[in-house]
Write a protein that binds this ligand. Structure first.
Ligand code: PRP
Length: 183
Protein backbone atom coordinates (compact mmCIF):
# COMPACT_ATOMS: atom_id res chain seq x y z
CA UNK A 1 0.00 0.00 0.00
CA UNK A 2 1.10 3.59 -0.40
CA UNK A 3 0.63 6.71 1.69
CA UNK A 4 -2.30 7.99 -0.36
CA UNK A 5 -4.27 4.85 0.44
CA UNK A 6 -4.04 5.42 4.19
CA UNK A 7 -3.58 9.19 4.33
CA UNK A 8 -6.01 9.49 7.28
CA UNK A 9 -3.65 7.40 9.42
CA UNK A 10 -0.54 9.41 8.58
CA UNK A 11 0.82 12.76 9.66
CA UNK A 12 3.48 13.23 7.03
CA UNK A 13 5.69 11.28 4.66
CA UNK A 14 9.37 11.55 5.56
CA UNK A 15 10.77 9.48 2.71
CA UNK A 16 9.15 8.57 -0.58
CA UNK A 17 9.55 5.26 -2.30
CA UNK A 18 11.73 6.92 -4.93
CA UNK A 19 14.03 8.54 -2.37
CA UNK A 20 14.48 5.20 -0.63
CA UNK A 21 15.19 3.29 -3.83
CA UNK A 22 17.67 5.89 -5.09
CA UNK A 23 19.58 5.85 -1.81
CA UNK A 24 19.64 2.04 -1.71
CA UNK A 25 21.06 2.01 -5.23
CA UNK A 26 23.88 4.37 -4.13
CA UNK A 27 24.60 2.27 -1.05
CA UNK A 28 24.62 -0.90 -3.12
CA UNK A 29 27.37 0.52 -5.35
CA UNK A 30 29.45 1.58 -2.33
CA UNK A 31 29.01 -1.74 -0.59
CA UNK A 32 29.85 -3.70 -3.73
CA UNK A 33 33.05 -1.70 -4.23
CA UNK A 34 34.01 -2.15 -0.57
CA UNK A 35 33.73 -5.94 -0.70
CA UNK A 36 35.24 -6.38 -4.16
CA UNK A 37 36.85 -9.79 -4.41
CA UNK A 38 35.51 -10.90 -1.02
CA UNK A 39 32.58 -13.07 -0.07
CA UNK A 40 30.09 -11.19 2.06
CA UNK A 41 27.15 -12.60 3.99
CA UNK A 42 24.18 -10.29 4.47
CA UNK A 43 22.55 -10.75 7.89
CA UNK A 44 19.06 -9.38 8.48
CA UNK A 45 17.32 -8.93 11.81
CA UNK A 46 13.66 -9.90 11.73
CA UNK A 47 11.18 -8.54 11.16
CA UNK A 48 11.71 -4.90 10.29
CA UNK A 49 14.67 -5.47 7.96
CA UNK A 50 12.74 -7.73 5.57
CA UNK A 51 11.82 -4.94 3.16
CA UNK A 52 15.17 -3.18 3.11
CA UNK A 53 16.98 -6.51 2.67
CA UNK A 54 14.78 -7.42 -0.30
CA UNK A 55 15.39 -4.13 -2.09
CA UNK A 56 19.04 -3.64 -1.09
CA UNK A 57 20.21 -7.09 -2.11
CA UNK A 58 18.47 -6.78 -5.49
CA UNK A 59 20.25 -3.46 -6.05
CA UNK A 60 23.63 -5.23 -5.74
CA UNK A 61 25.23 -5.98 -9.11
CA UNK A 62 26.14 -9.58 -8.19
CA UNK A 63 25.05 -12.60 -6.21
CA UNK A 64 25.20 -12.56 -2.40
CA UNK A 65 23.88 -14.95 0.25
CA UNK A 66 21.68 -13.83 3.12
CA UNK A 67 20.88 -15.16 6.56
CA UNK A 68 18.52 -14.07 9.33
CA UNK A 69 18.37 -13.66 13.07
CA UNK A 70 15.35 -13.03 15.24
CA UNK A 71 15.88 -11.47 18.65
CA UNK A 72 13.70 -10.34 21.49
CA UNK A 73 14.14 -8.16 24.54
CA UNK A 74 13.87 -9.80 27.96
CA UNK A 75 10.42 -8.43 28.73
CA UNK A 76 8.98 -5.18 27.47
CA UNK A 77 10.33 -3.06 30.31
CA UNK A 78 13.93 -4.02 29.79
CA UNK A 79 14.43 -3.12 26.15
CA UNK A 80 16.55 -0.18 27.21
CA UNK A 81 18.92 -2.56 28.97
CA UNK A 82 20.02 -3.77 25.56
CA UNK A 83 19.92 -7.35 26.78
CA UNK A 84 18.37 -9.47 24.08
CA UNK A 85 17.52 -13.11 23.61
CA UNK A 86 18.10 -14.97 20.36
CA UNK A 87 14.82 -16.45 19.09
CA UNK A 88 16.29 -17.63 15.79
CA UNK A 89 20.00 -17.89 15.25
CA UNK A 90 21.90 -17.75 11.97
CA UNK A 91 21.89 -20.90 9.87
CA UNK A 92 25.44 -20.16 8.73
CA UNK A 93 28.77 -20.53 10.50
CA UNK A 94 30.36 -17.08 10.12
CA UNK A 95 33.88 -18.03 11.21
CA UNK A 96 36.33 -16.18 8.96
CA UNK A 97 33.56 -14.59 6.90
CA UNK A 98 32.73 -10.97 6.09
CA UNK A 99 29.37 -10.16 7.66
CA UNK A 100 27.20 -7.17 6.76
CA UNK A 101 24.26 -6.61 9.10
CA UNK A 102 21.35 -5.05 7.21
CA UNK A 103 18.94 -3.13 9.44
CA UNK A 104 15.88 -0.97 8.95
CA UNK A 105 16.48 1.44 11.83
CA UNK A 106 18.91 2.25 14.61
CA UNK A 107 17.07 3.97 17.42
CA UNK A 108 18.86 3.73 20.77
CA UNK A 109 21.45 1.48 19.14
CA UNK A 110 21.16 -1.04 21.97
CA UNK A 111 19.80 -3.94 19.90
CA UNK A 112 22.45 -3.68 17.25
CA UNK A 113 25.22 -3.09 19.74
CA UNK A 114 24.36 -6.41 21.35
CA UNK A 115 23.97 -8.23 18.03
CA UNK A 116 27.27 -6.89 16.70
CA UNK A 117 29.12 -7.99 19.83
CA UNK A 118 27.45 -11.38 19.65
CA UNK A 119 28.47 -11.89 16.02
CA UNK A 120 32.00 -10.65 16.67
CA UNK A 121 32.40 -13.33 19.34
CA UNK A 122 32.06 -15.96 16.58
CA UNK A 123 35.40 -15.06 14.93
CA UNK A 124 34.17 -13.56 11.65
CA UNK A 125 36.67 -11.76 9.40
CA UNK A 126 34.72 -8.48 9.71
CA UNK A 127 31.33 -7.25 10.89
CA UNK A 128 29.91 -4.06 9.38
CA UNK A 129 26.49 -2.43 9.62
CA UNK A 130 24.19 -0.94 7.02
CA UNK A 131 20.99 0.71 8.15
CA UNK A 132 18.36 2.48 6.10
CA UNK A 133 17.42 4.83 8.95
CA UNK A 134 19.18 6.22 11.98
CA UNK A 135 17.94 8.55 14.72
CA UNK A 136 21.03 10.39 15.96
CA UNK A 137 19.10 12.13 18.76
CA UNK A 138 17.91 8.82 20.21
CA UNK A 139 21.34 7.17 20.50
CA UNK A 140 22.15 5.66 23.89
CA UNK A 141 25.30 3.89 22.78
CA UNK A 142 27.93 4.81 20.25
CA UNK A 143 27.84 2.29 17.47
CA UNK A 144 30.02 2.43 14.36
CA UNK A 145 27.77 2.25 11.32
CA UNK A 146 29.55 2.19 7.98
CA UNK A 147 26.52 2.81 5.75
CA UNK A 148 23.49 4.93 6.70
CA UNK A 149 20.64 5.60 4.31
CA UNK A 150 19.09 8.57 6.09
CA UNK A 151 19.41 10.29 9.45
CA UNK A 152 15.91 11.17 10.64
CA UNK A 153 14.43 13.15 13.55
CA UNK A 154 13.58 11.41 16.80
CA UNK A 155 9.95 10.74 15.88
CA UNK A 156 8.00 7.50 15.73
CA UNK A 157 7.99 6.33 12.13
CA UNK A 158 6.27 3.48 10.31
CA UNK A 159 6.43 1.92 6.88
CA UNK A 160 9.04 0.21 4.76
CA UNK A 161 9.24 -2.63 7.31
CA UNK A 162 8.66 -0.53 10.42
CA UNK A 163 5.50 -1.22 12.37
CA UNK A 164 3.12 0.16 14.93
CA UNK A 165 1.65 -2.87 16.72
CA UNK A 166 2.59 -5.00 13.68
CA UNK A 167 0.73 -2.72 11.26
CA UNK A 168 2.02 -0.48 8.46
CA UNK A 169 5.09 -2.62 7.63
CA UNK A 170 3.82 -2.88 4.04
CA UNK A 171 3.59 0.88 3.55
CA UNK A 172 5.87 1.81 0.65
CA UNK A 173 7.01 5.10 2.23
CA UNK A 174 8.44 6.02 5.64
CA UNK A 175 5.96 8.22 7.48
CA UNK A 176 4.89 9.52 10.87
CA UNK A 177 1.54 8.43 12.25
CA UNK A 178 -1.37 10.73 12.92
CA UNK A 179 -1.88 11.13 16.71
CA UNK A 180 -5.37 9.58 16.65
CA UNK A 181 -3.84 6.22 15.65
CA UNK A 182 -1.74 5.80 18.78
CA UNK A 183 -3.54 7.93 21.37
C1 PRP B 1 13.54 -2.43 15.71
C2 PRP B 1 14.60 -2.39 14.62
C3 PRP B 1 15.86 -2.64 15.38
C4 PRP B 1 15.57 -2.08 16.74
C5 PRP B 1 16.21 -0.75 16.86
O1 PRP B 1 13.14 -3.74 15.91
O2 PRP B 1 14.38 -3.35 13.62
O3 PRP B 1 16.17 -4.02 15.44
O4 PRP B 1 14.16 -1.91 16.87
O5 PRP B 1 16.00 -0.21 18.15
P1 PRP B 1 17.20 0.17 19.12
O6 PRP B 1 18.25 0.84 18.29
O7 PRP B 1 16.55 1.12 20.11
O8 PRP B 1 17.70 -1.05 19.79
P2 PRP B 1 11.88 -4.13 16.81
O9 PRP B 1 12.37 -4.53 18.18
O10 PRP B 1 10.85 -3.05 16.76
O11 PRP B 1 11.36 -5.45 16.10
P3 PRP B 1 10.84 -5.64 14.58
O12 PRP B 1 12.06 -5.51 13.68
O13 PRP B 1 10.27 -7.03 14.56
O14 PRP B 1 9.82 -4.56 14.30
Amino acid sequence: MDARTISDDLERVLLTEQQIQERLAELAQEVWAHYEGKDVLLVGVLKGAVIVMADFMRALPGSVPMDWMAVSSYGSGTKSSGVVRILKDLDADITGRHVLIVEDIIDSGLTLSWIKANLESRSPATVEILTLLRKPDAAKVEIPVRWVGFDIPNEFVVGYGLDFDERYRNLREVATLAPHVYS
